[in-house]
Design a protein. Sequence first.
Length: 308
Amino acid sequence: MKKKIIAFASLGLVCTTFFLSCETKNQAEEQQLETALETPAKVISNAQAATLFQNDQTTRLSQIGKENTRFEDKAIHFELTTLESYINHLENLATTKNIPVTGVSFVFGADANGNRTTFLMPSTRNAELDYQESFTIENGQFLTFKQINTKLKIQVSSQNDENLILSTDGYLSFNEATHLFNNYQTNYIQPFAAKVTKEYYTKAVWYSLEEIKGYIKYLKKKSNDHKLAITGINVFFGVYNNDTSLELKSNAQTLFLSASTGKQSIINVKGETLQSYTQDGFFAKDSDESTNGSLTFNDGELSPPPKG
C-alpha cells in the first residue's frame, strides 16, 4: 500500500511538473505574441536606422557641401504631449468640419539659415493625383499644400487661425510653411539635382493617424516598462540604399523617427543613443538587425508619389 502511495505521489509530481512546464511554455508564447502585437509594423531595426542616417550623410549632405552639419542639428524635436494634442485636434477637425483627414505629412523644409527641418500638416486623399495631399484652413478657406509642385506661391493674405500646421517652434500660417518648403527646394533639392539626375525627389513623408497614435502608444508603454522617461520624438532625414529591390524607394530621401529623453535620441529599450550606435557619427555597427526592442519608426509613404 505504501508503495502505491509513493507511486501515485511520484505520478502527481510528474503531472504537476508537466502542467507547470506547459503553463510556463504557454505564458512565454503568449508574451511573445503580445510583444509582436504591440510592436507597430513600421518599427525598424537599429541597424536600419543607422544605415538611413549614414546614407543621408554620404549621398545627400556630402554631395551638396553640407557634410559638416553637426549631429545636434540633425535632430528635429517634437514633444509627445504636443503631438498627442495635435492628433486629437485633427480628429476633432475631421468630425466637426466633415473633412476626411487620412493622416499627417511630415513636410520637408529649411529655415532662413538653410538648416533642414520638418513640419506636420493634415492630409486627405487626392484621388485624381493619387497621393496624400496636405491642407490647412485659413479664414474659413480650405487651402491645399501641393507638395507635388516644385515651389508654392505665397498667399496674398495668410493667418494661422486653425492650428493645423505644426512646427518645432509652434503653429505656422500657410505662408510661413510655404517659405520653409521653398527654402528646402532651393537649399537641398536644386543643388543635389545639379549633380545627380533623378526623376523623383521626396518632399514629405506621410503616416496615417492610426500609425502615429500607435507609435506614440508604443513609446509610452516601452518608457514605462523600461523606465526610459521618453518625452518626445526626434525626426531625422534618411536615405534608402541604392538597391534595385527597393524599386521606387531606391536611393530616395525619407524620414525616420526615434524616441527621445529630453532631446537625446534613443533607439532601443536599452537606452542606447543613435549617436553612440553610429561609428564616427555616421557609420552603422554590424549588429542588431532585429526590431525587437527597437524604438525607431520608418516606412512612411513618400510624397509626392514616385513616378511608376
